[in-house]
Design a protein around this ligand. Structure first.
Ligand code: GAR
Length: 196
C-alpha cells in the first residue's frame, strides 16, 4: 500500500523536490501536501508546479504562541491525512505536543553528522572544529531538537579551503541522495534505526 506523505518546508525546498520526484517516479508513496510557515517560500511554487497541493501558514502573526501556529498548521496536515510527515528544511521548533502526535512517523533531515552539531550553523561549526568529515542525517523526530533515532547518514570530506557555503553545497548533494532513499525504506517498512 502506498503511503501518504506530507512535507513541511521553510525555504527553497530542494530536498522536498527530490522527495516528491522520487515518490512520483515510484508507487511506494504519494505526496499529499507541501506546507510552509513562510508564504514566500520558493518551494511552494515548485510543489504546485509538480501537482502537489500546498498550504502556507505564516507563523509571524502568532508571535510566541507556538501552539496556536501549530493548530492552524495541523488543520491543513490532518485534512491531507498523511501516514508520514517529512520535515525538509522546516526551520520552526515544534512543541512536544506536536512531535508526540506524529511520533514514529515524522522524519527530519539535518545538515550534520548527528549527534554532532544540533541546531544552526552546522557547517561553520564543523569547519571550526577541524573535522575531517561532515555530512547529513535523516532521523525520526522526537521532542528533543535534532535528536531521535537515526535512520541514515551520508558523509563528505571537509576540504582545507572550505567555507560554510562550499561545504553546505557538498553536503546538500548528499542530502538529495539520502533523504529519498531513507524515506522509501521507511515507507516500505524496511528501515532500521539506531540511537544518535
Ligand atoms: C537543508 O540543508 C536542510 O538539511 C537544512 O536546511 C536546508 C534546506 O534546504 N535543515 C535544517 O537546517 C534543519 N535544522 P532546502 O529547502 O533546499 O531543502
Amino acid at each position: 500500500m502506498s503511503k501518504r506523505v506530507a512535507i513541511l518546508i521553510s525555504g527553497g525546498g530542494s530536498n522536498m523536490v527530490r522527495l516528491v520526484k522520487e515518490m512520483q517516479a515510484g508507487d511506494w508513496a504519494v505526496p499529499v501536501l507541501v506546507a510552509s510557515n513562510d508564504p514566500d517560500a520558493g518551494g511552494l511554487k515548485k510543489a504546485a508546479d509538480m501537482g502537489v497541493p500546498t498550504a502556507a501558514v505564516d507563523h509571524k502573526p502568532f508571535g510566541k504562541d507556538r501552539a496556536a501556529f501549530e493548530a492552524a498548521l495541523l488543520d491543513h496536515i490532518e485534512a491531507a491525512k498523511p501516514d508520514i510527515l517529512c520535515l525538509a528544511g522546516f526551520m520552526r521548533i515544534l512543541t512536544p505536543e506536536f512531535t508526540r502526535r506524529f511520533e514514529g512517523r515524522m522524519l527530519n533531515i539535518h545538515p550534520s553528522l548527528l549527534p554532532k552539531y544540533k541546531g544552526l550553523h552546522t557547517h561553520a561549526r564543523a569547519i571550526e572544529a577541524g573535522d575531517a568529515q561532515a555530512g547529513c542525517t535523516v532521523h525520526l523526530v522526537t521532542a528533543e531538537l535534532d535528536d531521535g533515532p537515526i535512520l541514515g547518514q551520508a558523509r563528505v570530506p571537509v576540504l582545507p579551503d572550505d567555507t560554510p557555503n562550499t561545504l553546505a553545497a557538498r553536503v546538500l548533494v548528499e542530502e538529495h541522495r539520502l533523504y529519498p532513499k531513507v524515506l522509501e525504506a521507511f515507507a516500505k517498512g524496511e528501515s532500521h534505526s539506531r540511537t544518535g
